[in-house]
Design a binder for this molecule. Structure first.
Ligand code: AMP
Length: 310
């Protein structure tokens, strides 16, 4: 079983959707990724930072999920990162209402000695300088480095982002971000340009329209499951990334064929995530329900072209 290191925010979120709103609840990219990956990767570690106000029971919960939290720094006299967002009626777009960096402002990603030699690395959405620091601080390069980023870093740190892109294997972004990063509208052309920037693989998430995987001239598409309930999309992208990288770490196979299965694992996890507020719907899943949901994806796209079209 390969080991997985996740680096990402562990946060408080306040979310407003057309269906309701929450007070401060636990969120953060690192949280969603780790919980989601825990259903696949059994040897997991996290590097992040929280303030003294962060609930100890959540840290215990992560540990119970098999996540080693030695690299989760607790700054007793500071406050945890806080993010607040409000979704529009279509649930596809949202406005960020508040971002209080707090402990993330001067985050120094310290890698515990026991984490060295980790096989897989998932860099959640953070400053590209911090993401690069993590890669540089690992004494042995992981077998596979995947990374998420967002428009914000393209706007204010594009050169730093481009330097980090040269060091990674898989970039996971959404369609809007792919268009901004490449300056191209066609996602196929955008993918070609982004792959020239460094990553060998590119995953473009299209929300309720699924996800595309690009590698050289190959393309794979996985739809999103049509769901009756989409309650809160927060963290769906991170949950996707966690399922994806967790599946790769579990199977330890980075072939294109296996990446297709990993994309379906990520998509299945994301489909659970959106069903309730925050991390609630992914906290206690059974392996069988995850497998059944992955099979729903297979059924959704499987067909036989038996009849000739002559
Ligand atoms: P997603 O819905 O997948 O884009 O991720 C939402 C999560 O990202 C929330 O739980 C936030 O706490 C976290 N988040 C939002 N903005 C940032 C940021 N600038 N840096 C790190 N994490 C963030």
């Amino acid at each position: 079983m390969s080991s997985l290191l996740t680096v990402g925010s562990v946060a408080f979120d306040a979310i407003e959707t057309p269906f309701g709103k929450t007070d401060k609840i636990v969120g953060g990219a690192g949280t969603y990724i780790s919980i989601s990956a825990s259903y696949f990767a059994k040897d997991q570690k996290i590097v992040s930072v929280v303030g003294g106000d962060f609930p100890k029971e959540t840290i215990k919960f992560l540990e119970d999920k098999g996540v080693n939290t030695e690299g989760l720094q607790i700054k007793e006299n500071e406050k945890t990162f806080f993010w607040s967002g409000k979704y529009h009626n279509d649930m596809n777009s949202r406005d960020t209402l508040v971002t209080e960096l707090n402990v993330l402002e001067h985050f120094d990603p310290i890698i515990p000695e026991s984490y060295q030699g980790v096989d897989y690395l998932m860099l959640g959405n953070l400053a590209p300088t911090v993401q690069r620091q993590v890669i540089e601080r690992l004494t042995v390069r992981p077998k596979l480095i995947a990374m998420d980023t967002m428009n914000f870093w393209m706007d204010i740190m594009l050169d730093e982002l481009k330097k980090t892109l040269k060091l990674i294997d898989i970039l996971i972004i959404n369609d809007e971000e792919a268009r901004q990063l490449s300056g191209e509208y066609s996602l196929k052309v955008a993918a070609k340009k982004i792959i020239e920037m460094g990553p060998k693989y590119l995953i473009i998430k299209k929300g309720e329209h699924g996800a595309l995987l690009f590698h050289g001239d190959k393309v794979f598409f996985a739809p999103a499951l049509p769901l009756e309930v989409v309650f809160d999309p927060t963290g769906a992208g991170d949950t996707f990334a966690g399922g994806f990288i967790g599946y790769l770490a579990k199977t330890d196979d980075d072939s294109f064929e296996n990446m297709k299965r990993a994309i379906v694992a990520g998509s299945a996890m994301a489909s659970f995530c959106v069903e309730k507020f925050g991390t609630e719907s992914i906290e206690y899943l059974q392996q069988q329900e995850i497998y059944d949901r992955m099979m729903e994806f297979v059924d959704l796209v499987n067909f036989n072209l038996e009849k000739s079209i002559d």
